[in-house]
Design a binder for this molecule. Structure first.
Ligand code: GTP
Length: 446
C-alpha cells in the first residue's frame, strides 16, 4: 500500500513545498507593490523638485548667454521644457520689455513661478499621481519580469526537488512500510523533510503510535509470561493435588477392599470379584474353582492363648494361604476364621491339589513363640454351567462342612450333578483316594 502511494506522496510533498514558496512569493510581491506605490509618490515629488532646480539652473545659464537674442533664449527654454514633458505639463514665458507671452503645453497641474532676471517664467508641474503612476508602471513591468523568472524558477525547482525528494520520500515510505509489528521501532526523521511542518506532525503521530504499540506489546508480553507462570504453578499444584487424590483414592479403595486384620480381600470385595469371575468363566466356558478354608478348633486357640494371639495366628494363616496361592488365584477373608479362594482356569482336580498344598503348609507351620499349631478343613467346588454364585459357594460350604464332620484337617471335594463324580477321601495328613461315585448326591461330598 505504501509503495503504491509513493509517487503520489512525492507529488503531494513537492506541491506542498511549491505552494508554500508561491504563497511566500505572493506575500512578498504584494508588500513590494505596496511599498512601491508609497515610495513612488515620494520619489515623484522629489524628482519634480530636482527637475525644477535643474530647470532654474538651466534657465539661468541660458539667460547668462548675452550673445543670444531674447527669442532664441525663449525658444531654448521652451524646447528644454518640452523635452521634460514627463515632469512639466505647460509653461508661460514672458521676456521683460516684451508685450507678447510665449506658452507651451496645456498647463494642467501645479503652477510654479520662477523669478529670473529678464524673464517671467511660470511652469506647471505635472500632477504627482501621474508621475508616480509612471514609476509604478516601471515597477510593474519589473515585477512581471520577476514573476516570469520565478515561474521559470518554480518549474526548475519542481524538477530538481522531485529528483531530490524521490530518494528521501522512498526512504520514508520504506521506513513506514517496514514497521515491524513484532518489534516496532520509532522512525528517524528525514533531515531534509523535517523542515516541513506537516511531515513532522505526521511522523510524530506515527512515532507516537509506534511507541504506544511497543509499550502495549511489552505489557502484553509481560502479562502473558506472568499468566504463563501462574498457569504453570497452578497446573503443578493441580497435578500435585491430583497425585495426592489418586494416592488417597488408591488407599481408600484398598481400605475398602481389604480386610483390616489379615490384609487379604474382605468379604464385600470377594463377593464382587467372585460374581465377575463366575460371569466371565461361564461366558468364556472356562474352568473356575473355589476353596473355602476354615481353621480348625480356633476357639481353642483363643481360649488358650488369648484373642490377641488368635489375631496374630489369623494374620499368619492368611499370609500362608496367600503365599501358597500366589498369582494363581485370589484370597479373601470369608468371615471369622474362614477364608475363601477363587482359582480361575482351575478344574476340581487342580483345585484339589492347590487345596492340599494349603492344608499341608498350614498343618506343618507353627505360629508365635508358643509354636501354635493349627490345621484347616477345606471344601472345594468347581463351577458348573448352570451354577449361580450362591450355588457354587453352597457346594463348597457343604464340602467344608463334611470335612469338619469327617474329623477336620482335610480337603473334601464337592461334585455338581453334571460333572463326573469323584470321591476323595483324606487320609492322615492329606493323603487322598479318588473314588468313583456311582450315584452322587448333589452338593454333597463323601
Ligand atoms: N482372635 C480372633 N478370633 C476370632 C476372630 N473371628 C472369629 N474368631 C473366633 O473363632 C472362633 C470360632 O469358633 P467356632 O465357630 O466354634 O469354630 P472352631 O472353634 O474353629 O471350631 P471348628 O470350626 O468347628 O473347627 C470363635 O472363638 C471366634 O471368637 C478374629 O477375628 N480374631
Amino acid at each position: 500500500m505504501w509503495k503504491g502511494s509513493s509517487v503520489s506522496t512525492q507529488r503531494s510533498i513537492i506541491n506542498l513545498l511549491l505552494s508554500k514558496i508561491a504563497a511566500c512569493y505572493l506575500l512578498v510581491a504584494m508588500c513590494v507593490l505596496l511599498t512601491a506605490a508609497i515610495a513612488s509618490h515620494y520619489v515623484a515629488e522629489k524628482r519634480q523638485q530636482e527637475e525644477v532646480s535643474i530647470l532654474r539652473t538651466y534657465v539661468s545659464q541660458i539667460i547668462a548667454f548675452d550673445h543670444l537674442s531674447v527669442a532664441d533664449r525663449s525658444n531654448l527654454i521652451l524646447q528644454y521644457l518640452a523635452d521634460k514633458r514627463s515632469f512639466f505639463s505647460g509653461a508661460e514665458l514672458k521676456p521683460e520689455n516684451s508685450a507678447s507671452t510665449l506658452t507651451w503645453g496645456d498647463n494642467v497641474g501645479v503652477p510654479i513661478e520662477l523669478d529670473l532676471p529678464g524673464f517671467q517664467l511660470r511652469v506647471t508641474l505635472l500632477p504627482t499621481a501621474i508621475i508616480s503612476n509612471q514609476v509604478l508602471k516601471e515597477s510593474g513591468w519589473f515585477i512581471i519580469a520577476l514573476a516570469l523568472q520565478l515561474l521559470l524558477l518554480f518549474g526548475l525547482l519542481k524538477i530538481l526537488m522531485r529528483r531530490k525528494l524521490s530518494a528521501r520520500v522512498n526512504r520514508v515510505v520504506r521506513d513506514l512500510s517496514g514497521i515491524d509489528c513484532n518489534n516496532p521501532v520509532p522512525i528517524q526523521l528525514e533531515a531534509s523533510l523535517s523542515q516541513i511542518t506537516e511531515y513532522r506532525e505526521v511522523m510524530s503521530s506515527v512515532n507516537r503510535l509506534v511507541i504506544s504499540l511497543r509499550s502495549s506489546r511489552e505489557e502484553l508480553i509481560a502479562m502473558g509470561s506472568e499468566a504463563d507462570a501462574r498457569i504453570k504453578s497452578k497446573m503443578a499444584a493441580l497435578e500435585e493435588k491430583n497425585r495426592t487424590l489418586i494416592e488417597l483414592n488408591q488407599k481408600l479403595s484398598k481400605l475398602a477392599n481389604t480386610d483390616a486384620l489379615t490384609q487379604v480381600y474382605n468379604r464385600t470385595r470377594f463377593d464382587e470379584l467372585f460374581a465377575e469371575y463366575v460371569l466371565l468363566s461361564k461366558r468364556r466356558h472356562e474352568r473356575l474353582s473355589v476353596l473355602l478354608i476354615d481353621l480348625d478348633d480356633f476357639k481353642r486357640v483363643n481360649d488358650v492363648h488369648g484373642h490377641q494371639i488368635g489375631d496374630h495366628v489369623l494374620q499368619h494363616a492368611a499370609q500362608c494361604i496367600k503365599q501358597v496361592i500366589g498369582s494363581e488365584g485370589l484370597v479373601a477373608r470369608w468371615g471369622g476364621e474362614e477364608f475363601a479362594v477363587i482359582l480361575p482356569y482351575y478344574d476340581i482336580v487342580l483345585a484339589e491339589g492347590m487345596a492340599e498344598r494349603v492344608r499341608a503348609t498350614l498343618a506343618s507351620s507353627r505360629f508365635e513363640k508358643e509354636a501354635i499349631h493349627v490345621t484347616t478343613s477345606i471344601g472345594v467346588a468347581e463351577l458348573d454351567d448352570d451354577d449361580t454364585c450362591d450355588e457354587l459357594l453352597k457346594r463348597a460350604d457343604d464340602a467344608l462342612y463334611n470335612a469338619k464332620g469327617e474329623g477336620r484337617n482335610r480337603v473334601i471335594l464337592a461334585y455338581s450333578p453334571a460333572s463326573r463324580q469323584f470321591e476323595i477321601e483324606a487320609l492322615d495328613d492329606g493323603e487322598f483316594i479318588e473314588v468313583l461315585d456311582a450315584e452322587p448326591e448333589p452338593n454333597r461330598c463323601e
